[in-house]
Design a protein around this ligand. Structure first.
Ligand code: SF4
Length: 353
């Protein structure tokens, strides 16, 4: 390894061996050169633009029981809520007036919202806001359901795979769920024509460096347009209450690695990152991220969508949230834009010469 520079190798080849990835993940040695290379890469493709997405968390009911999640079905102490179609549309109107051109509709896997209901909401947003992108994040569905939402006007779908390692997956989820089905969902979404986002938690219980390498390999095979990662943060009403949060430095290192592996990806600097460190989102941008997702949900329900504890930005109105983020983005050296912000597709064979 004498004289070997994994950052340069990753930058040029857009790939690394497992051994070199492990080295990069487990050492602080290359952190500053890694972040600099990632920032340089994102600036070449996306300039200094940071895309804002308006997040609407419309239901915290979920039929699943992921061991790490604060709104899991088994949490009897969660205060549950659902927004009505009109409330969701009001959030969109407010968001549109603030300049947002992407709406992200997110919920637990809530059977109350049938395909007909979801399609009704999506098609109404499509009619009222034809110049906006509609992103869904509703969990695992059948291919037919995904197709129906797409035909109703949805463009993008976020579904983190959370871990691509089978043994690790079994430690995080009950028997009723399977990694195979999650992967099937992601490939269905891609085939249907969505811009697809996936991702994983950093520092989740029982995660090893090999699990993370498996995550990166899975993403390479999938080729997502968006990749969301954030530190694992425990919630007291889960079986994993006693575990510690994922680390800031490892999350930042992974954002930079993702930027160099997937130069064209849309990578959010997540609220979870801002929750474990006051400057977390700014640091995420400097490490190569280029998206932030401020919350457009009504303030009265924000605290209730509690996947993890101490989530930030639950008290501000949407306009305050937007203003605050815009300032933070500018202070970090970037520019918040409210454009639709589609993924910039890679030119064919652009690294063949
Ligand atoms: S992680 Fe998602 S699917 Fe799992 S319990 Fe939480 S909301 Fe439900």
């Amino acid at each position: 390894m004498n004289g070997f520079d994994p950052v340069r190798e990753l930058d040029i080849r857009r790939d690394l061996s497992d051994a070199s990835l492990r080295l990069l993940l487990q050492s602080e040695q290359w952190d500053s050169s890694l972040a600099a290379a990632a920032d340089d890469k994102r600036r070449k493709i996306y300039g200094d633009e940071v895309y804002l997405r308006g997040l609407i968390e419309f239901s915290n009911f979920c039929k699943n029981n992921c061991y790490y999640c604060g709104i899991r079905a088994g949490n009897q102490n969660a205060v549950r809520y659902r927004l009505s179609k009109e409330e969701i549309l009001d959030c969109c109107t407010q968001g549109y007036d603030l300049g947002f051109r992407t709406f992200v509709l997110q919920s637990g896997e809530d059977p109350f919202f049938t395909d007909a209901l979801i399609c009704g909401i999506v098609s109404e947003i499509r009619v009222r806001f034809p110049d906006c992108a509609i992103t869904l994040s509703l969990g695992e569905k059948t291919r037919e359901s995904y197709k129906a939402y797409f035909d109703a006007g949805a463009n993008r779908y976020l579904l983190r795979h959370e871990t691509a390692d089978d043994t690790h997956y079994r430690k995080l989820h009950p028997e009723s769920m399977s990694l195979q089905n999650r992967k099937r969902c992601l490939y269905d979404l891609k085939e249907i024509g969505y811009q697809v986002g996936s991702g994983f938690m950093v520092g989740s219980p029982y995660q090893t460096a090999d699990c993370l390498i498996e995550d990166l390999r899975f993403l390479q095979a999938l080729g997502p347009d968006m990749i969301g990662i954030g530190p694992y943060i425990p919630h007291k009403e889960t079986p994993f209450a006693a575990f510690s949060s994922g680390s800031l430095s490892l999350t930042l290192r992974l954002i930079s690695i993702l930027r160099l592996l997937f130069p064209y990806a849309l990578i959010p600097s997540t609220t979870a990152l801002g929750t474990i460190h006051p400057q977390g989102r700014e640091l995420g941008l400097k490490a190569g991220a280029n998206v932030v997702m401020p919350n457009l949900s009504p303030v009265r329900v924000r605290k209730l969508y509690e996947l993890y504890e101490n989530k930030i930005c639950t008290g501000e109105e949407s306009a305050q949230c937007r203003g605050c983020l815009e300032q933070r983005i500018a202070a970090a050296g970037y520019r918040a834009v409210t454009a639709v912000g589609n993924v910039k597709k890679e030119k064919q064979n652009d690294d063949d010469c």
